[in-house]
Design a protein around this ligand. Structure first.
Ligand SMILES: [Zn+2]
Length: 83
């Protein structure tokens, strides 16, 4: 069971690395450009609109962990969220 859980965490992590690259190239520079353009314009304070992406993804990951923890039949969502 440990290796299955570790595999889900590492597999999701690797997948998200690919997704981050893919999303950056095709989504954030596409219809997501309104949030993202600050990211390529580094002279305006500490926070950028680009940070919304981190917030949104964090909420998705946290929700997966919490839902997986409170619903035993969806236990794998916990490890998906960690990844
Ligand atoms: Zn970019």
């Amino acid at each position: 069971m440990f290796w299955i859980k570790l595999g889900i965490v590492l597999g999701t992590f690797g997948f998200m690395e690919f997704m981050a690259w893919f999303a950056h190239k095709y989504i954030m520079h596409g219809f997501g450009w309104a949030w993202h353009k600050d990211h390529h314009n580094h002279h305006k304070g500490f926070f950028e609109k680009n940070d919304y992406y981190a917030v949104v993804f964090s909420v998705v990951a946290s929700s997966s962990i919490i839902y997986g923890n409170t619903n035993p039949e969806f236990w794998y969502l916990t490890y998906f969220g960690i990844g």
